[in-house]
Design a protein around this ligand. Structure first.
Ligand code: SF4
Ligand code: FES
Length: 246
């Protein structure tokens, strides 16, 4: 198929960016979206031009590195799918495709389609772990955890930290991400001793990074490639108000 791409090009955070048009010719419907961009970049390099910078790593939907707002939707039009798992058969011959970076004050542009998501790392560093000395590792089935609680923890733990929730939110809020990281520990016994203060510290860091707050638009969950439910935001709020550090 032949496509017309409109891609955001920006040298660095201090230089204004703009949309640049590229023709993508003879693209196989079996290619992933990132493989299609690889082809564009190979052509640009052959022509002596600067390739388009974009983030990726695992290319199998687990690392959270790929990003891209495709036709106005973080990770593109396919529900519950990362950009690396999106295939070109979802598009039609002759389509115009608009490709932009995730946009949020807390995700400054590095170059072209690459943004700096280290603000997420700092939210985790502020409290998203278990620091109590829990002793030696017990046999897994020696810790009684109900199936219901285990499932709730596991669902939250499927967050890959991609940032699509922030890119989709009208307030650029990181509540779904932070809620997932709080919830995955709040449903396990090991997460209890630091539970409330973990929420307080992570919310404080979220504010310091200039993320917005939740106004129940639910765009985050709709854009999330792991379909993290908005109940993690309610859980975050409930733990936050009980925190002694808030
Ligand atoms: S909650 Fe979903 S969209 Fe947000 S960082 Fe985690 S996986 Fe990505
Ligand atoms: S490149 Fe790892 S999730 Fe897409």
């Amino acid at each position: 198929m032949n496509l017309t791409l409109h891609i955001w090009r920006q040298k660095n955070a201090n230089t204004p960016g703009k949309m640049v048009q590229y023709d993508a010719k003879d693209i196989s419907e079996h290619m992933s979206f990132l493989e299609m961009l690889d082809v564009i970049n190979e052509n640009l390099i052959t022509e002596g031009e600067e390739p388009i910078a974009f983030d990726h790593d695992c290319r199998e939907g687990i690392c959270g590195m790929c990003s891209l707002v495709i036709n106005g939707m973080p990770h593109g039009p396919e529900k519950g799918t990362t950009t690396c798992q999106l295939h070109m058969r979802k598009f039609k011959d002759g389509d115009n495709i608009y490709i932009e970076p995730f946009r949020a004050k807390a995700f400054p542009i590095v170059k072209d389609l690459v943004v700096d998501r280290s603000s997420f790392d700092r939210i985790i560093q502020s409290g998203g772990y278990v620091s109590v000395n829990t002793g030696g590792t017990q046999d897994a089935n020696a810790i009684p955890i109900s199936k219901k609680e285990a499932d709730l923890a596991m669902d939250a733990a499927s967050c890959i930290g991609c940032g699509a929730c922030v890119a989709a939110c009208p307030n650029a809020a990181a509540m779904l991400f932070t809620g997932a990281k709080v919830s995955q520990l709040a449903h396990l016994p090991q997460g209890q001793p630091e539970r409330m203060d973990r929420a307080g510290k992570m919310v404080n860091q979220m504010d310091a990074e200039m993320f917005g707050n939740c106004t129940n638009a639910y765009e985050c969950s709709a854009a999330c490639p792991k379909e993290i439910p908005v109940r993690v935001i309610a859980e975050l709020n409930r733990d936050y108000i009980k925190s002694s550090v808030s």
